[in-house]
Design a protein around this ligand. Structure first.
Ligand SMILES: [Zn+2]
Ligand SMILES: [Zn+2]
Length: 136
C-alpha cells in the first residue's frame, strides 16, 4: 500500500511508492526546526527520491546548516505547510514531514538530535539514540 502525505490545505501531496518503509523517523530539537515547524521539534521521514512523488505547487527556502551544508524546505504556496525537504547531507533522498502523513502508526523515532535545545518536557521514546547536537 502506498503512503500519502498532505499539507494542511491538501493542495500539495507526497506519495511514497508501495512497500517503502517509513521507518527512518528522527526527531530534531534544533532551533531551526522549532522555527520551521512552529512546534517544539521537527520530525522528517527520508525515502529514496525515486520512491516519492511530490504533486502540487511549492516554493522553497534554503538555509545553511551548522556543518556548512544546505537544507531546503519545500512548502505549499497556499497554506505554507512545510511538507518536503532536500538536504546535502542526504543526497538521493527526499524528506517528508512526518506529521503530514497524519498516521499514528509510523515507526517511532530511532534518534533524537540537538537535545541541548530540547524543551525539557518533551519526552524521547525509550531506546532512541540521543545526541546533544546533530548526528554526524
Ligand atoms: Zn497547502
Ligand atoms: Zn533540526
Amino acid at each position: 500500500m502506498s503512503h500519502r502525505a498532505a499539507c494542511h490545505c491538501g493542495a500539495v501531496t507526497v506519495t511514497v511508492a508501495d512497500g517503502v518503509p517509513l521507518a527512518i523517523v528522527n526527531i530534531c530539537h534544533c532551533q531551526a526546526c522549532q522555527r520551521r515547524t512552529g512546534s517544539p521539534f521537527g520530525s522528517i521521514v527520508w525515502v529514496p527520491d525515486a520512491t516519492a512523488t511530490v504533486a502540487g505547487t511549492t516554493r522553497s527556502y534554503t538555509r545553511p546548516t551548522d556543518e556548512g551544508r544546505h537544507f531546503t524546505s519545500h512548502f505549499c504556496v497556499t497554506c505554507g505547510s512545510n511538507i518536503a525537504f532536500t538536504a546535502e547531507k542526504n543526497p538521493g533522498f527526499t524528506g517528508i514531514a512526518a506529521g503530514a502523513f497524519a498516521d499514528p502508526s509510523l515507526t517511532p523515532p530511532r534518534t533524537s538530535v540537538w537535545e541541548e535545545s530540547r524543551h525539557p518536557w518533551v519526552a524521547v521514546p525509550e531506546g532512541a539514540a540521543r545526541f546533544p547536537k546533530g548526528r554526524v
